[in-house]
Design a protein around this ligand. Structure first.
Ligand SMILES: *Cc1c(COP(=O)(O)O)cnc(C)c1O
Length: 853
């Protein structure tokens, strides 16, 4: 168990250590405590070393001794012999100065006293309070190795140890006692001199001891619960990473996380000693557990990190290709200037490398000198300040297909360099430094939305930093309605599966959220999302109009809602007879092509029509739901607008409205403001327009940790545009937003199957025939075993249906309780595009539909 400087600075903190160590002891473990110096003491000792005058050194030593006397007083302890001996050693060293030992060796000896004193004090406190604790001199156990590239300074002040399991040491300690305390940061070299371990030294010491003793585990106790999926200071929604393997943790530590020094993982890897990071103030939190690779985890990005202060050096050589020794010359220059290269990108005539912010680099002369040197072999350009944004996760290459939205975010910036690590654990983008702070929270959210950061895997991803440490009440996601209706749902499933259940209060609640948009004059429900008559009725009661895309939908709506409720007909590639049918209803017709007005113009004579335009781009949660841009079949492109208007004029139709709908599942309020103002400026040109319909596409979060669409922000955005264009009525037509969360699909487990290395399939009595969104859009739906609700989710399943298609998967890599035949399984968010898109494929029965009032 390792405790840092602030954790050992007060008597209260030591009581905490006592409690934690005693609890481990109670579990039957023998405990070795590794401590840092009391906070501030190491700096004091460094300061002491700078004084040339012996008197000033002695005064400094006395002041440092006083800190320990004071803490002893606070603990009501008399001066223990071990601490007394350390204090007199220190005062001797201070008085004598470097002379005899040599400057560096003396500094190491002096600075080692921080840990020597704190550990001596701790041994006395723990022993006096019921936990007999032996003081161990770390230098007896940790021996540094001299590496060929080290100079005397690094050997003494930044030493390395290569620990190997030493059963004799374990046995010797076992003979001496149960609880030990020792020092972080210090070791001994072959000559018997005291050496220091450099930055991150105490964590590294704990790791060295863990390896030496083949410990059960190493616990790093600090002021935060562990590693997070992003730097919490930049991303409040960053999630606690509860499980990592050594390599992933190493990557995260070396690409920015400060909790753990990257050095301390490699000693533990070979002996497979797990490392646990825990919060001293909140020991109940799970923390981060780092160990050997666990294959069963779903491939996932674990973290996104950013390092600032990166310098790029781009080297251009006309004839580099096949020029023997070019790279050798280049890298030789970096070596001569003491600069170590991190990332490398190369092309036929260009090599670009990145340099980490090291002490050497702080001195900008170093770069200038390097550039001058390199200029002899190539053309050099230095790009700074840059930042490196790194995505870390095992199996990065297998996740690339999920990253398109994330990569698109980089599209708007200048990406100077992209580098994929050869161990398949990270991908790094180097961009200008000033864009990083804005980008990181957005990227983190995009990764969650894309299912690349698998926040649904609660074994790996813990609570967000905001939830754990944020000021005020954490914003917990509202519990889904079905959690409170479990018993009823299980009963409904016992009667019959597969079965859709719709919760009407949720439909009403969502309807009221849409109605709260004061800028919107008329809200329509896009009925294709769910045409259940009960839902249509409720939405009519809530004051909605209805948007239909086929004669069938028009008929279904007309059969249920009152005659005065407005209807919209917004078809795509509909036949002439569809328009004829629609014109016999009261629906306002929207045309989205030249063909109808060009060839069937007489049909629209004397009519008021709306025109759907293609604004040239699409948006949405998946390519297949983007309904704008040349790649999509919807809308009249802007370059055909005038032609359409001329044809309409010829036909005697009056174009009174413009419509655009760019896609589905959009969570960013700004989107509709852009569509609105684009339509408004087109409308001003046209002159006859009264109405702007900005479509639907309002998303609901699906992955845990995604933020909901902010309706009051949306209202502000819309109100702002409205003030600029008060002459137009504003219409919207959401579908998914109103009904998605209201519906769940209930199914029963049919069979279980194991294949290959731990692939577990869980079969349900329905699949893509009832819910095709996962197969069609890679949509993510939460899946819960209702029969085992609340049981620990221990097994990773592929949740599949009975359809003879490999794509018949409802959820991949889902962690659920161990499940059995006939268990009732719930698939959430099935209210939109669930039953509406179901089929009788394989002649399987369609799910029936039940309403909960
Ligand atoms: C499908 C559709 C909608 C509704 O989309 P959601 O994402 O369900 O809100 C709105 N307008 C048109 C024209 C549509 O085709």
């Amino acid at each position: 168990m390792k405790f840092g400087g602030t954790s050992v600075a007060t008597a209260a903190r030591w009581r905490n250590i006592l409690e934690l160590a005693a609890s481990r002891r109670a579990e039957g473990a023998r405990v070795l405590i590794v401590v840092s110096a009391l906070s501030g003491i190491t700096d004091g000792l460094k300061q002491l070393c700078t004084h040339a005058d012996s008197k000033r050194r002695s005064d400094a030593a006395a002041a440092l001794a006083d800190r320990h006397h004071a803490l002893l007083g606070e603990m009501s302890l008399a001066m223990p012999d071990t601490l007394g001996a350390r204090l007199s050693d220190l005062s001797g060293l201070a008085e004598a100065g470097a002379a005899e030992l040599g400057e560096l060796a003396w500094q190491a000896r002096v600075q080692a006293h921080g840990e020597l004193m704190s550990s001596a004090l701790g041994a006395a406190f723990l022993s006096a309070n019921g936990l007999p604790t032996a003081w161990l001199d770390a230098r007896e156990c940790l021996h540094s190795v001299a590496l060929p590239n080290q100079n005397e300074r690094t050997r003494l002040l930044s030493a390395m140890v290569e620990p190997h399991h030493d059963p004799a040491l374990s046995a010797a300690l076992a003979a001496r006692g149960e609880v030990f305390i020792t020092q972080g940061f210090i070791a001994r070299d072959e000559a018997g001199r005291t050496v220091l371990l450099g930055r991150g030294g105490s964590d590294t010491s704990a790791a060295y001891f863990g390896a030496l003793l083949a410990a059960l585990r190493v616990e790093i106790w600090t002021d935060v619960a562990g590693m997070f999926s992003a730097n919490p200071r930049q991303v409040a929604g960053a999630r606690l990473l509860q499980r990592l393997d050594y390599e992933e943790a190493q990557e995260i530590a070396s690409t920015g996380a400060k909790v753990l020094h990257p050095r301390c993982l490699s000693p533990l890897r070979e002996p497979r000693v797990p490392l646990l990071i825990k919060d001293t103030n909140r020991p109940e939190l799970e923390g981060t557990s780092i160990g050997p690779e666990v294959r069963e985890h779903a491939p996932s990005i674990k973290a996104i990190s950013a390092r600032k202060g990166i310098t790029l050096v781009s080297m251009e050589s006309v004839g580099m290709w096949q020029q023997v020794g070019f790279l050798a010359d280049v890298f030789d220059a970096f070596k001569r200037h003491g600069l170590s290269v991190d990332l490398i990108g190369s092309a036929e005539t260009n090599v670009t490398v990145s340099l980490d912010p090291t002490e050497n680099l702080l001195d900008s002369d170093a770069i200038a000198a390097l550039a001058a040197d390199l200029a002899r072999v190539c053309r050099v350009k230095v790009i700074a300040p840059c930042a490196a944004i790194t995505l870390v996760g095992r199996g990065m290459r297998s996740m690339l297909h999920k990253l398109s939205g994330v990569l698109a975010e980089f599209g708007q910036l200048r990406v100077h360099l992209i580098s994929q690590s050869s161990n398949n654990l990270n991908i790094t983008f180097v961009v200008d430094e000033d864009v990083v702070d804005d980008m990181l929270p957005r990227l983190h959210e995009l990764l969650i939305g894309a299912g690349a950061l698998r926040t649904d895997d609660s074994m790996v991803f813990g609570p967000s930093w905001q939830t754990l440490y944020g000021a005020g009440d954490p914003v917990l996601p509202a519990a889904a309605w079905w959690q409170g209706e479990r018993a009823k749902l299980v009963q409904l499933a016992e009667e019959r599966t597969p079965r859709y259940v719709y919760h009407l209060p949720t439909v009403r609640a969502q309807a009221r959220r849409v109605k709260s948009l004061r800028a919107v004059d008329r809200a329509h429900y896009a009925v294709k999302a769910n045409t259940h008559p009960g839902i249509l009725k409720v939405l009519a009661e809530e004051g909605f109009a209805f948007e239909c895309v086929s004669p069938g939908e028009l008929a279904a709506v007309s059969a249920v809602v009152p005659d005065d409720v407005p209807l919209l007909f917004t078809p795509n590639f509909a036949a002439r007879r569809d328009f004829e049918a629609a014109l016999r209803t009261r629906a306002t017709i929207t045309i989205d092509a030249l063909h109808p007005i060009e060839h069937w113009g007489e049909m629209f004579a004397g009519r008021e029509i709306m025109l759907r335009v293609d604004l040239g781009r699409g948006l949405g949660h998946h390519d297949k739901v983007k309904t704008g841009g040349t790649g999509s079949k919807f809308g009249v492109p802007i370059e055909h607008l005038d032609r359409f208007l001329r044809l309409a004029d010829l036909a005697g139709a009056r174009v009174i409205g413009l419509h655009a709908h760019l896609g589905s599942g959009i969570l960013d309020a700004a989107h509709w403001g852009e569509v609105y103002s684009q339509l408004a400026s087109l409308a001003e040109r046209i002159g006859t327009i009264r109405v702007l319909n900005i479509g639907g596409g309002l998303g609901v979060p699906s992955h845990p940790g995604e933020t909901a669409l902010d309706m009051s922000a949306l209202d502000r955005v819309l109100t702002a545009v409205r003030q600029a264009y008060p002459q137009f009525d504003l219409w919207m037509e959401p579908g998914r937003y109103l009904v998605a969360d209201a519906g769940v699909l209930l199914a029963k487990v049919t069979q279980e199957k194991e294949k290959g290395a731990g692939m577990r399939y869980l079969g349900l009595d329905t699949g893509m025939n009832s819910l095709i969104r996962p197969a069609l859009y890679d949509a993510w739906h939460e899946i819960t075993n209702l029969s085992r609700y609340g049981e620990a989710a221990t097994t990773m399943y592929q949740v599949v249906g009975p359809i003879c298609e490999s794509g018949d998967i409802l959820g991949s890599d889902r962690r659920l309780p161990e499940s059995k035949e006939d268990d009732v399984v719930l698939v959430a968010q099935g209210g939109a595009y669930g039953a509406a898109m179901s089929s009788r494929y394989n002649l399987r029965d369609e799910a029936d539909e039940v309403l909960l009032p």
